[in-house]
Design a protein around this ligand. Structure first.
Ligand code: MG
Length: 468
């Protein structure tokens, strides 16, 4: 077993196996004890069961054997496996199972970070004492804890989970993705070369399709090959941020910060006190300028924290020192500065303009603030099937657009080079002609002839002639 260094964290990643499918199966059996267990037959959750539109969001292990894949159109899955049993997704049920799982996990540590509806990171560093009783030579810490969690979830809730164990979130997450279902895996730093490096690049958590494609173009196919690259080379090819992320992750480095719900429930806000009151006269200039600036600040802080907000609010202090605020809850979480700016402007204009607005009442503003609350890590956004499919489409479109622009750029560059080459060839030919001519003149009139005015003139005469 891994020898724990001082300050090293013990992080678990608990991941429900085929979550939506398992939960749908359980619900079905709950409603009808005679119902077949969907997990034991080729089945999948996704799209519209009647019209057979949409994409597969989860599949059973028997369906996987037919090649049915998550994210593929229902129609395609049915071609691969005509007997596939389709079930509709039911988020109310999923949320219920998800809560029940998180409740169990929180019994083992206070530090539980729910990463999405069916997975969580646990910081188990301080939990050894609680589980001392189940430690043994065959099952040393922290394997005993992982197996206990795995078995208990199955016993009490009826579905299986994988548990990944390591010293940071990235490695724990990668470990939980090894063989499924119902397994415990470790991926300690000393196991990185044998367990992580042989994997294809695309399996690295956080490495998207586009990044994997770029890496492929650089001749990098496995995580180990990326780990062997120098940071500057990766950054030059992938951009500063993505390059750093890939380099760190491929080398097994990751965050140990397990953020609990309470920490996540924070809000992100910024405010500015203005030097002069904002009134009807300067709102369009000064007011909008401040809103734009605050939106960018809040958005960039949220990006750094890796969170999205579903609620945007503005608050103002009027010249009589009263505070007023308005807020709006968006359809989907955002951390886009433009969206925050747009929503804030709308809220603000509701407050200040119109018959009942502050400006009509003659009140100027002393302070403007923007706050974003109702935070999440954004994973719930993707769970809405419709927007998920939209996102996929959008990504494909963007990728296509990027490729098209890249091609255009390359074509323009090729034309520019061709033009340059032609021009320099022409210049060279001209120079050669001139030299040949000068040589003829020198042979005819002697070495000193060129410096004499008369011959220079005739040289230009030759030049003209040769050009015509
Ligand atoms: Mg899962």
């Amino acid at each position: 077993m891994h020898e724990w260094k001082q300050d090293e964290h013990c992080i678990f990643h608990v991941d429900v196996n085929s979550a939506f499918l398992s939960w749908s199966a359980l619900k079905k059996m709950e409603d009808d004890p005679e119902a077949v267990d969907l997990r034991t037959i080729p089945s999948a959750v996704g799209g519209d069961v009647q019209t057979r539109h949409g994409v597969i969001t989860a599949k059973s292990i028997p369906a996987k054997k037919y090649g049915v894949q998550t994210g593929e159109p229902v129609v395609k899955a049915l071609q691969k496996c005509p007997a596939l049993v389709l079930v509709k997704s039911d988020f109310a049920v999923y949320r219920r199972y998800s809560h029940a799982l998180m409740d169990i996990l929180r019994e083992y540590t206070d530090l539980v970070e729910q990463a999405s509806i069916d997975e969580a990171y646990l910081d188990m560093t301080q939990s050894r004492g609680k589980l001392k009783g189940s430690e043994s030579a065959d099952l040393p810490w922290p394997l005993n804890a992982a197996h206990e969690i795995r078995k208990r979830v199955y016993r009490e809730l009826g579905f299986t989970v994988n548990v990944g164990i390591s010293v940071n979130k990235l490695l724990a997450k990668m470990a939980s993705d090894f063989e499924k279902p119902d397994k415990v895996h470790t991926l300690f730093p000393e196991e990185v070369p044998s367990k992580l490096w042989p994997l294809p690049m695309r399996e690295l958590h956080g490495c998207g399709k586009a990044t994997a494609q770029r890496l492929h173009e650089m001749g990098i196919e496995t995580i180990g090959q990326a780990a062997a690259m120098s940071l500057p080379i990766l950054q030059a090819n992938l951009g500063e941020k993505a390059g750093l992320y890939i380099w760190k992750s491929a080398n097994g480095r990751g965050s140990v910060l397990v953020r609990t719900e309470r920490e996540k429930a924070k809000s992100y806000s910024n405010e500015e006190t203005t030097a002069e009151d904002i009134t009807n006269e300067n709102y369009r200039t000064l007011g909008l300028e401040i809103i734009g600036r605050l939106s960018r600040k809040v958005a960039s802080r949220m990006e750094k924290a890796g969170v999205y907000a579903q609620t945007v609010g503005v608050n103002v202090k009027t010249e009589d020192f009263r505070r007023h605020s308005r807020q709006v809850t968006l359809l989907s979480p955002t951390r886009d500065a433009e969206v925050i700016r747009r929503e804030s402007e709308k809220l603000m204009e509701d407050m200040v303009f119109g018959d009942k607005g502050f400006f009509a009442a003659g009140h100027g503003l002393r302070l403007i603030g923007i706050g974003c609350t109702n935070l999440s890590d954004g994973s719930y956004v993707q769970m809405d099937l419709f927007s998920w499919a939209q996102t996929l489409k959008e990504q494909e479109k963007q990728e296509e657009e990027r490729r098209r622009r890249e091609q255009e750029k390359q074509e323009a560059e090729r034309r520019r080079k061709e033009e340059e080459r032609k021009q320099s060839e022409q210049a060279l030919r001209k120079k050669e002609k001139l030299e040949a001519m000068m040589k003829r003149v020198q042979t005819r009139y002697g070495r000193g002839a060129i410096s004499k005015g008369a011959v220079s003139e005739s040289s230009s005469h030759f030049d003209k002639k040769s050009n015509s």
